[in-house]
Structures are given as C-alpha cells and as structure tokens.
Design a protein around this ligand. Structure first.
Ligand code: A2P
Length: 296
C-alpha cells in the first residue's frame, strides 16, 4: 500500500497529514498528541496559523521521550506574505524552526504568492503590499514556464498545496503540476464543511459520496480522502475531534473501484465548486503597485 508520495528529489511525503488551520493552543496540542497516537506523522502548519509553538511542544516531547524519531516526521510550515523577500526568508524560517523546536522542516511553502509590507515581523495580516509577485499559483502554465522561454522558478518546487476536493478537482492545475513533476497537496479535502454554505449540500452530504460510503462500510470523509489519495494527491484534513481524526487516517485498508473513482470524478464542478475565495483585500494586495497582476 502506498502511504507516501515521492518528490522529484527522492524525498517522500506521507499521503495523509493533519491540517491545523484555525486550531490553536490546547485544541491543537490535543489534536497533535492524538494524531501521533493514531499514527499520523505528517503535520501541516504555517506562521499565519500562530500555532507552531503548541505543535512544537508536543512534537519535541514525543521526540525527547523517544516515541518518535525526527526523521519519521514530515513537517510543513509556510512563509507569511510579509516574508516574501529573498533576504527575509532566513529570518522567518528561523523563527518558525525555533517555535517548532526543530532544526529543519520537510517542506517550506510560500503561503501566498505576493509580498506584503507589515508594520513589523509580527504584523501577519498587513493591508499593504509591495514587491514582485513571486509565483502565480493559478492554472496558467506560463507562470511555471515563462512565456519568454525560460522557467520563472529557478528552484524546482516539490509540492503545490491548493484547495482540492470532489467539487473542485483542479484538473487543469493537476495536469500542469504533473507535467512539471510537482506533487500536490489538497487543503479542504472534505470540502470545508464549516464554511458558510452557499450551496444546498456539502461534499460530505453528496448522495454519490454517501452511497459509496454506505456500500463499503466507510464514512463519507473516508471516501473523499481515498478518492484524492488514489489520484496521487496528499490530503491534510483538519480535525480536533478524536473520532474524526482517527477515521481520517484509516484510509489505507480499502480501495475504490474504477467505477467509484469515475463517479467521484464526475462530481467536479470546476470553478463553481471552489469554496475558498481569497479576495485581494484579505491578503492585502489591493494596494500593490502592480495590482491587478499580469503574467509577463
Ligand atoms: P472537526 O475538527 O470538528 O472534526 P477540511 O480539512 O476539508 O477543511 O475540513 C475540516 C472540517 O471538517 C473541520 O470543521 C472538521 O471539524 C471537519 N471534519 C474533519 N474530519 C471530519 C470527518 N471525518 N467527518 C466530518 N467532518 C469532519
């Protein structure tokens, strides 16, 4: 059974990780503790989540007690927009490492592709932005392979983390990443059920999903996660509930048939299925001198 996804450089990323966005302090501490007990070894955080310290506490305790080795863990954190300048990256990475009580992370992601100007390095949600757009994360392949014939990125990215779930399957972007040997990680893989619903049903409630779940004796969440895993997409469902956290990791003891995969593939609503809309003002780019951005 495949439980890891291989990067172009030979490193491996566990197919299931724990998402920790919006989980703070005691909640995230308990979730990480429980996840480690269940067998999770992959944890996804970010400077912006402001929970690196709490996560670091639990990880370092497990490591120092010899219950897990650092090399068994896969830790992702993210550079905030106020750190999107080459000379500032070491400073923000060092701060994250200190908070996580680690000497390295396994994956360091650019959280958003724009650089913002904060009042200071604790001003994580700045309103002003500056500098160049470092990478367009849309589906336009020109951003990964420049229209001037050269590649825009000097360093090959290993992984691209975006919203992916049955209603928003990112086919075009998946094809681009596949072509460039970039693995993908799905955030919101359960269709972010906590979000204000503009749609009449959530992904978890979709009859195609619930009927496959009932037939296989699995939960709808397990079906949705398994669908993405079989598409070679890493998933990072967030849960702070012991029962749900556990079931989200139990997705390696069954396989979806080609027919079930096809039926799930057919749930894709393309752009209409997107749930996370980051407006310009939310990420502070509306005052950016180059806004609205155009790819050269
Ligand atoms: P909770 O933390 O109470 O379990 P996503 O990762 O797609 O953004 O989804 C996260 C949301 O889905 C959280 O609100 C989480 O709530 C809920 N959730 C996590 N696992 C499950 C599950 N197995 N079944 C239903 N809801 C889940």
């Amino acid at each position: 059974q495949v439980t890891n996804l291989k990067f172009f450089n030979g490193r491996e990323m566990p197919m299931v990780g724990l998402g920790t966005w919006q989980a703070r302090d005691e909640e995230v501490r308990q979730a990480v503790q429980l996840a480690l007990e269940c067998g999770y070894r992959h944890f996804d955080t970010a400077t912006l989540y402001q929970n690196e310290e709490a996560i670091g506490d639990v990880l370092s305790k497990w490591i120092s007690e010899g219950k897990v080795a650092r090399e068994e863990l896969f830790i992702t954190t993210k550079l905030p927009t106020i750190g999107n300048r080459a000379e500032d990256v070491p400073k923000f990475l060092t701060t994250s490492l200190k908070k996580l009580q680690l000497t390295y992370v396994d994956l360091y992601l650019i959280h958003f592709p724009v650089g913002c100007k904060g009042k200071d390095e604790n001003d994580l949600q700045p309103r002003d932005s500056e500098g160049k757009v470092v990478l367009d994360m849309s589906t336009d392949h020109k951003s990964l392979h420049g229209s001037h014939g050269g590649t825009v990125c000097r360093i090959q990215p290993a992984n691209h983390q975006v919203e992916i779930h049955a209603f928003h399957q990112q086919r075009e972007l998946r094809a681009v990443c596949h072509k460039h040997n970039i693995t993908m990680c799905a955030y919101g893989p359960l269709g972010a059920p906590y979000k204000e619903k503009t749609k009449e049903k959530t992904v978890l409630q979709d009859p195609v999903v619930t009927s496959i779940a009932a037939r296989l004796g699995k939960t709808p969440a397990q079906i949705l996660l398994r669908h993405l895993i079989q598409l070679n997409i890493v998933v990072i469902p967030k849960s702070s509930n012991p029962e749900r956290l556990k079931q989200n990791f139990q997705v390696f003891d069954f396989k979806l048939s080609d027919k079930d995969m096809r039926d799930l593939d057919n749930l894709d609503q393309g752009k209409d299925g997107k749930l996370f809309i980051f407006t310009e003002s939310m990420i502070g780019v509306e005052n950016h001198p180059e806004f609205p951005f155009k790819i050269p």
